[in-house]
Design a protein around this ligand. Structure first.
Ligand code: C5P
Length: 207
């Protein structure tokens, strides 16, 4: 069974994808991490994330970079969203994601274009979303718990900027697949959101 989990930044899709993978005993690929690695590699190379050549060169990042804690930072998230605009970067990362999706036994992948581009044949597609305000509040609380002082307004503005870039790009924009099940987590706690996602998969999985 292939499960596609897409959604905007800080929607809870990563948490939901991890819970689905554990529940159904499937391997998980957080595809955002690949784009974050490209963004981080451009930075380490001293390149320009808006330059298609620099961004493509950074796709040859070493696998060890995927373990770099810097990948999780807001700064790297911003760089990832910039390099992910280039069609050549998306093409360079396609095979790796497609191979993961089609491995025997199935997989869970989370990202922006899993249900639309990487695995249009997925057995179940979830589009996890939440209001920009709810997403900003969650990220703000999480950053506060890590001792990071950032204003809620700043985080919300950054989330809106990233949404605009992800939905506005020409190649594989963030979009709800026609056959995706939309899960709005604005008013749901973590466990409620996970339970709702499991229910959708149980109900709509083929076979
Ligand atoms: O999900 P995450 O915040 O880690 O993704 C970082 C950035 O990578 C996103 O803002 C998006 O621009 C890009 N991305 C993408 N396609 C994916 C996953 C992530 O374009 N499948």
């Amino acid at each position: 069974m292939i499960i596609a989990v897409d959604g905007p930044t800080a929607s809870g899709k990563g948490t939901i994808a991890a819970a689905l993978a554990a529940h159904f005993g499937l391997p998980l690929l957080d595809t955002g991490l690949l784009y974050r690695a490209v963004g981080r590699q451009v930075f380490l190379d001293g390149g320009d994330p808006d330059d298609p050549g620099d961004a493509l060169a950074a796709c040859a990042f070493p696998d060890a970079l995927l373990l770099d804690p810097h990948l999780r930072s807001e700064q790297t998230g911003g760089l990832a969203s910039r390099v992910s605009i280039h069609p050549s970067v998306r093409a360079a990362l396609f095979e790796r994601q497609r191979a993961f999706a089609t491995q025997p036994g199935g997989a869970v992948l989370d990202g922006r274009d899993i249900g639309t581009v990487i695995a249009p044949d997925a057995d179940v597609k979830l589009f996890v979303t939440a209001s920009a305000h709810a997403r900003a509040e969650r990220r703000w609380k999480e950053m506060q718990s890590r001792g990071l002082e950032v204003s809620l307004e700043e985080i919300e503005a950054d989330i809106l900027r990233r949404d605009a870039r992800d939905t506005g790009r020409k190649d594989a924009p963030l979009a709800v697949a026609a056959d995706a099940h939309v899960l709005d987590t604005s008013a749901l706690g973590r466990n409620e959101a996970i339970a709702a996602a499991i229910e959708v998969v149980e109900r709509f999985r083929r076979g």
